[in-house]
Design a protein around this ligand. Structure first.
Ligand code: PRP
Length: 183
């Protein structure tokens, strides 16, 4: 059986079980795409995909869109290889992108503490965009510590650590087709 269809996966010393299935993800991503198509009809938003974790969600979400967005990538590190977030956001790639007058849509895989997106939202607001909204596949409301909450959320989830569908533990597990929760 290929790893992506297993009910449980082991990564390092940790065990994970299926939490959100491939089918549930596909269905919800299509719904999010439909909302963006409605809200941005006739416009050319600039989608800013936060690497690395959002690559898979972004690829699926963008293929649901009927408007023609521009797509750019930024990289901001907060987790490193640990399971806890930190307030020390660090820009590694992409903040030279011109956003003046643009309708920006930040694309995230997960908003946990919110430090990563808060940092990016505050940076972008200084560059004079027409609008900035945030779409995230996963949101942990219990861990959220401020900033502007996401405008579009795929799934609210509890604080437990998750991997799969782009999300990693120590750079592993991103290839998995489902989202798995730590046991
Ligand atoms: C993860 C995730 C988000 C961020 C969310 O990124 O992809 O960008 O953490 O956490 P926060 O809301 O507490 O800031 P990470 O820094 O692990 O890098 P990655 O995307 O390369 O996995």
């Amino acid at each position: 059986m290929p790893p992506e269809t297993r009910a449980t996966v082991q990564i390092g010393q940790y065990q994970f079980v299926t939490y959100i299935t491939e089918e549930q993800i596909r269905h919800r991503v299509a719904e999010l795409g439909a909302r963006l198509n409605h809200d941005y009809a006739g416009r050319t938003p600039l989608m800013l995909v936060i690497l690395n974790g959002a690559f898979m969600f972004a690829a699926d979400l963008i293929r649901e869109l009927t408007m023609a967005p521009e797509i750019e990538f930024v990289r901001i590190s907060t987790y490193g290889d640990s399971m806890t977030s930190s307030e020390n956001a660090q820009v590694l790639l992409g903040l030279e992108i011109e956003v003046d007058g643009r309708d920006v849509i930040i694309v995230e895989d997960i908003v946990d503490t919110g430090y990563t997106t808060q940092y990016l939202q505050e940076y972008l607001e200084q560059q004079g965009p027409a609008s900035v909204r945030l779409v995230t596949l996963l949101f942990k409301p219990d861990n959220f510590k401020g900033g502007t909450p996401p405008d579009y959320v795929g799934f609210d989830i509890p604080p437990a650590f998750v991997v799969g569908y782009g999300l990693d533990y120590a750079q592993r597990g991103r290839e998995l087709r489902c989202i798995y929760q730590q046991v």
